[in-house]
Design a protein around this ligand. Structure first.
Ligand code: PAF
Length: 279
């Protein structure tokens, strides 16, 4: 596995692969890799000749009061996992190489990124789209693989790819869960023992809402109340819960499939997100 630390070197290597007729898949990550990431790597390897994993804890997608400093980091462990998973190149740029001191050019999606996490975390998606655009420019992938746990992020990136004509096929892969249903996330490493016990309430609540939907409940507020009650009972602090169209991410009083029930909650001081499809 090759370790690449600058955009220039990444572009040079990617160009050489392309000239040799190789198709490139990119799995963008912020590291602290887990089985969810490894499932994305498996998809990437099946879809292209070369798999690149990017590892960059992107400061611009964290707000000033958020957990950028505390975000889990384990670059040695990540390197070992990538190597064992058959990754061809790990693109691991330094923050200073990604953002010049006077960096001033941003990519901003203005519709799908407005609500849900966009409302709770102002500026978050501007940081995500900007860094993903930079990763696409460095790697030039044919395919990029993202996780469904970040459903809004996936939709925003698909929109960016369409609007800015990136020749990249975006694949959105199913969420990988722990045995008790908790969606795998790098942030799970930060949960206290107590918060880890509470955390499956997020998935449980979403499952109960999906069950209610399948039994005919179509009022968005009633479905949201099911999730909120489950989280409250577990002692979690709700950030948001919403039922939205999966195409527009807009909420209506009456749910029309294909829809998404999505929630964010604080377990202790760790904010987790999750979602399920309502079809
Ligand atoms: O999903 C993530 O880990 C990040 O938001 C991403 C896509 C790697 C951009 O920093």
């Amino acid at each position: 596995m090759t370790l690449i630390e600058s955009a220039r070197d990444m572009q040079g290597q990617a160009q050489a692969w392309r000239r040799a007729g190789r198709r490139i898949a990119l799995v963008p990550t912020m590291g602290a890799l887990h089985d969810g990431h490894l499932s994305l790597v498996r998809i990437a390897r099946a879809e292209a000749d070369i798999t690149v994993v990017s590892l960059f804890v992107n400061p611009t997608q964290f707000g000033p009061a958020e957990d950028f400093a505390a975000y889990p980091r384990d670059s040695d462990g990540d390197r070992r996992l990538c190597e064992a998973a058959g990754v061809d190149a790990l693109y691991h740029p330094a923050a200073a190489a990604m953002y010049a001191e006077d960096f001033s050019t941003w990519v901003n999606e203005e519709s799908l990124s407005r609500d849900l996490c966009g409302a709770s975390r102002p500026g978050h998606f501007r940081g995500v789209t900007t860094v993903v655009a930079k990763l696409f420019n460095a790697v030039g992938p044919d395919v990029a693989v993202f996780g469904q746990k970040d459903a809004q992020q996936a939709l925003v990136i698909e929109r960016m790819v369409r609007d800015l004509d990136y020749p990249v096929r975006v694949i959105v892969a199913p969420t990988v869960r722990e045995a008790d249903g908790l969606a795998m996330s790098s942030r799970n490493r930060r949960l206290s023992a107590e918060a880890r016990q509470q955390a499956p309430a997020l998935y449980r609540g979403l499952c109960r809402a999906r069950e209610a939907f399948e039994n005919g409940e179509r009022r968005a507020a009633a479905l949201e109340a099911v999730v909120a009650a489950e989280l409250r009972a577990a002692g979690a602090r709700l950030d948001y819960v919403t039922v939205v169209s999966r195409r527009t991410l807009r909420r209506g009083e009456t749910v029309v499939a294909p829809a998404l029930v999505a929630a964010a909650a604080f377990l202790g001081d760790v904010r987790l997100i999750d979602n399920l499809f309502l079809d």
